[in-house]
Design a protein around this ligand. Sequence first.
Ligand code: GRF
Length: 200
Amino acid sequence: MTRLAVLISGTGTNLQAIIDASASGQLDAEVALVISSRPDAAGLQRAAAAGIQTVSLSRAVYIEPWAADQLIAEQVSAAGCDYIALAGYMRKIGPELVEAFPQRVINLHPALLPAFKGAQAIAEAYAYGVKVTGVTVHFVDAQYDTGPIIAQRAIAVPEGQGLEQLTERIHAVEHQLYPEVLQLLSQGRVEVIGKNVHIH
Ligand code: GRF
């Protein structure tokens, strides 16, 4: 069975969605390891509650960003994980880690890339006044939010909808789409040719 390492920094609602999808059989993959960039990330409790091995990295580890990535690479290899799924991981992944796991690191982004890259995507899309936004799952490459796109799901922004409500709706889409994409990966149905990702 496909083994996943999930990297988090915060509440871990996407981690929870992955754990739940795995438990219900919707996802034929197991979360074998959760790594947090912060010792106080609430997502760590979710991992512990599900009996998943956790590693939490301190701020000091990130003084040398490659040192953190190296530690992550070691832990992921030791746990025998096939994929590294970023789920609200708020640190940049360095090129060495990406190269160590080619087409094995994926990210979830709460906007339709290449629009609204970065950490404030939902609020920036809302402030821009977009009528359609959504969620992207993509492979991680050496840049930020630029790797080959595996899947996107769009939602309309209705007249009068507040940012809070939009944020909730985006998260609901994330909780659906991320496990779906992980399932495609674990079934070996995802092929990358240059920038293009084909689903078989
Ligand atoms: C998600 O919106 C994800 O797209 C973004 O960070 C958020 C993580 O939320 N990168 P959670 O920790 O999974 O609840």
